[in-house]
Write a protein that binds this ligand. Structure first.
Ligand SMILES: [Zn+2]
Length: 79
C-alpha cells in the first residue's frame, strides 16, 4: 500500500446529519422527579447508550437510572 492510499484512509467524511449534530451544542436533560441529569455528550455507556447520543435517539422505553421515570418526565436544562 502506498503512502497516498494510507493518507486517504484517514480522511473523515462528514454526512450532513453529522455536520448538523456537530454544530448543535450538546444538551443536558434533567429528571423532574429526582434531578438526575442525562448529558448527551457523555451518554450512558453502562446502559448501552454511547457517548454523543442525542436525547431524541435515546430509546423511548428508557427510564431514569435513579428513580425509573420515563423520558416524558425529563426536561431540557441549560448548563
Ligand atoms: Zn429520576
Amino acid at each position: 500500500m502506498d503512502a497516498e492510499r494510507l493518507h486517504a484512509k484517514n480522511i473523515i467524511i462528514m454526512t450532513l446529519e453529522e455536520a448538523e449534530n456537530a454544530a448543535i451544542q450538546w444538551r443536558s436533560w434533567m429528571c423532574l422527579l429526582c434531578g438526575w441529569i442525562y448529558d448527551e455528550a457523555a451518554g450512558l455507556p453502562d446502559e448501552g447508550i454511547a457517548p454523543g447520543t442525542r436525547w431524541k435517539d435515546v430509546p423511548s422505553d428508557w427510564t431514569c437510572p435513579e428513580c425509573g421515570a420515563g423520558k416524558e418526565d425529563f426536561d431540557m436544562v441549560e448548563v
